[in-house]
Design a protein around this ligand. Structure first.
Ligand code: GLP
Length: 242
C-alpha cells in the first residue's frame, strides 16, 4: 500500500488526478470506478485542469440510493453526470450508475455486476471512506467477497449524508452498492480522504486488523492500493508516507 500525504485537500486532489492522468494517457479506454461524496471532488477539479481527452474512458459508479433516479438532485447518477461526465467530458453512454429506480433492484445489481465483467473489469477504482469504515455503501460488517447488491444503510451513514438532503427523513434507507469483492477486483484502488473527521477511520483501515467488521480494511489485502490524504486525515497514522 502506498500512502501519499499532501498538506491540503486541493494538493491531494492534484496528486490523485496525476495518477488517473497517467493511466488514461497509457490506456485511453481505461475503465474507472467512480465515487461520489465530497472526497473525490478536488480530484475531479484537478483532472478537469489537465485538459485530458477522457472521451473514450468507461466508468462505473460505486453506488446509488434506492428510490432516487437521475432526475433527483441528490441521486448519485446526477452527481456523476455533473461532476464527472459533464465536467471531465466523458461520454454518457460509456458511464453506468446502478439504477435506483429499477423495478427489480436485485436484478439491476446483478446486471450491473455483469456489465463490469463485460467491460473487462475496473482498472482504477476511486474510493472515499465513511466515518464508520464503509467503502461505497458496504456497511460494517460486509463480506470481503460480496458482490453488487441491495443494502440497508446504517443510521450513522444516513446522518452523515443528511447534509445533502432537506431532512434526515429524506435520506433513503437502502442503496445498491458494488460489493467489497467487486471493489477488491479492481486492478488499482485509489482511496481519498480529507479532514480530521476521517483520521480515525483512515488509521483503522490502514493499521487496524483486516476484518469484515471494518470494510475499508480491505485495502490492506489489495496488491495495488494508493491512499491520497491531506495532513488532517493522515494525522493518526503511525506508518511512513511519501
Ligand atoms: C457516501 C458514499 C461513499 C463515500 C462516503 C464518504 O456514503 N456512498 O462512497 O465514500 O459517502 O463521503 P464524503 O467523501 O462526502 O465524506
Amino acid at each position: 500500500m502506498k500512502i501519499i500525504e499532501s498538506g491540503t485537500g486541493a494538493e491531494a486532489g492534484i496528486r490523485a488526478a496525476n495518477l488517473i492522468a497517467e493511466l488514461v494517457r497509457a490506456t485511453p479506454t481505461a475503465v474507472l470506478g467512480l465515487a461520489t461524496g465530497s472526497s473525490p471532488l478536488p480530484l475531479y477539479a484537478a483532472l478537469a485542469e489537465q485538459n485530458l481527452d477522457l472521451g473514450r474512458v468507461r466508468g462505473f459508479s460505486l453506488d446509488e440510493y434506492l428510490g432516487l433516479g437521475a432526475a433527483d438532485a441528490e441521486s448519485y447518477a446526477r452527481v456523476i453526470r455533473r461532476e464527472v461526465i459533464e465536467r471531465l467530458g466523458l461520454d454518457p453512454d460509456l458511464v453506468r450508475t446502478p439504477d435506483g429506480l429499477a423495478p427489480d433492484p436485485v436484478q439491476e445489481a446483478a446486471d450491473f455486476e455483469r456489465s463490469i465483467r463485460a467491460a473487462g473489469g475496473i482498472d482504477l477504482q476511486i474510493l472515499g471512506i465513511g466515518s464508520n469504515g464503509h467503502l461505497a455503501f458496504n456497511e460494517p460488517p460486509s463480506a470481503f467477497d460480496s458482490r453488487t447488491r441491495v443494502v440497508e444503510l446504517e443510521p450513522s451513514t444516513r446522518e452523515d449524508n443528511a447534509r445533502f438532503f432537506d431532512s434526515l427523513a429524506d435520506v433513503p434507507t437502502h442503496a445498491i452498492t458494488q460489493g467489497l469483492g467487486t471493489i477488491g477486483e479492481a486492478r488499482q484502488l485509489l482511496l481519498i480522504a480529507h479532514g480530521e473527521a476521517k483520521a480515525q477511520a483512515v488509521a483503522r483501515a490502514v493499521e487496524g486488523p483486516v476484518t469484515e467488521d471494518f470494510p475499508a480494511s480491505l485495502i490492506q489485502r489489495h496488491p495495488n492500493a494508493t491512499l491520497v490524504l491531506d495532513a488532517a486525515a493522515a494525522s493518526r497514522l503511525q506508518c511512513a508516507r511519501v
